[in-house]
Design a protein around this ligand. Structure first.
Ligand SMILES: N[C@@H](CCC(=O)N[C@@H](CS)C(=O)NCC(=O)O)C(=O)O
Length: 223
C-alpha cells in the first residue's frame, strides 16, 4: 500500500514531510488538501481552497482539520515533526538520528524550537509580504518579524560554529525544519551575509538531492 500524504506544496509543515520522504527515497501519493489555499492562491485573495480538510472523512483522521497528515499502511499520523520522527524511526534510524538516543533528543529539541521560535515570525513575514491583499499588509509587522528572526538565527549561528549540522557533524532529522527556514529566510529576507556558519550550512543543505523537492521559490511565496 502506497503511503498517502495530505497537504499542500506551499505549506512549510507539509514540506518537512516531503523532505523526509525524499531523504528516504520514498514513492508516495500526494493528496492536495487545505482550507486556506488552492491551485490559484490564497482564499484571502478570493481563490478556491483545495478543500478536503473540512470533510468528515478527513476530520476522522485529523480532528484539527490541518495539514499534513499521513496514512502509512493504515497507520494515520498528524503533527509534522511527529511524522518526520516516525518515518525516520521506522525506515532509516541511522540516517535520521544515527540510531542514537542523544542525537534523537537533540534533533527533537531543535525541531520543537523551530516550531516555537521560527515559525510564528516567519509566518507573519510571508503573510505580510505575499499572502494578504496589498491593502492589508503592514510594514511594521514585516520589520519586527525580520528583527525577531535575526535574533533567533543568532542562536543557530552559535550552534553551527561548534558543529557542522544542527545536532552534530552529520546530517540528521533536526536539519529538515532548518532547511526550510534557511531557504525561506533567503527568499523572504536576505542572504546570510552576517552569519558565516549559517551561510555555509545553507549551502550544504541546498546541495542535498532532497532539496529539489522544496527549492522552487514560488512554494515559499505563494499568496
Ligand atoms: N503543529 C501542526 C500545525 C499544522 C498546521 O497548522 N498546518 C497549517 C499548514 S503549515 C495548516 O493546516 N493551515 C491551514 C490549511 O492550509 O488548511 C503541525 O506541525 O503539523
Amino acid at each position: 500500500m502506497t503511503l498517502q500524504l495530505w497537504g499542500r506544496p506551499s505549506s512549510a509543515r507539509t514540506q518537512k514531510v516531503m523532505l523526509a520522504l525524499a531523504e528516504l527515497n520514498f514513492t508516495y501519493e500526494f493528496i492536495k488538501a487545505s482550507a486556506t489555499m488552492g491551485p490559484e492562491g490564497s482564499v484571502s485573495r478570493g481563490k478556491t481552497a483545495y478543500g478536503i480538510v473540512d470533510t468528515t472523512e478527513y476530520l476522522e483522521k485529523n480532528p484539527n482539520g490541518t495539514i499534513p497528515t499521513i496514512n502509512d499502511e493504515g497507520f494515520i499520523l498528524w503533527e509534522s515533526n511527529a511524522i518526520v520522527q516516525y518515518l525516520g524511526m521506522k525506515y532509516n534510524p541511522t540516517l535520521f538520528y544515527h540510531a542514537n538516543i542523544e542525537t534523537f533528543s537533540s534533533a527533537s529539541r531543535w525541531m520543537m524550537w523551530e516550531n516555537n521560535q521560527l515559525i510564528p515570525p516567519m509566518h507573519d513575514l510571508a503573510k505580510h509580504l505575499y499572502r494578504l491583499p496589498e491593502s492589508q499588509r503592514d510594514e511594521g509587522v514585516v520589520r519586527r518579524s525580520k528583527e525577531k528572526l535575526f535574533e533567533e538565527f543568532k542562536k543557530v549561528e552559535v550552534q553551527l560554529s561548534k558543529t557542522r549540522f544542527i545536532s552534530g557533524d552529520q546530517w540528521c532529522m533536526g536539519d529538515i525544519p532548518m532547511t526550510i527556514r534557511c531557504h525561506r529566510w533567503n527568499i523572504l529576507a536576505k542572504p546570510f551575509s552576517d552569519f558565516p556558519n549559517l551561510s555555509r550550512y545553507y549551502q550544504e543543505l541546498s546541495a542535498r538531492p532532497s532539496f529539489n523537492t522544496i527549492s522552487a521559490p514560488e512554494l515559499h511565496t505563494a499568496g
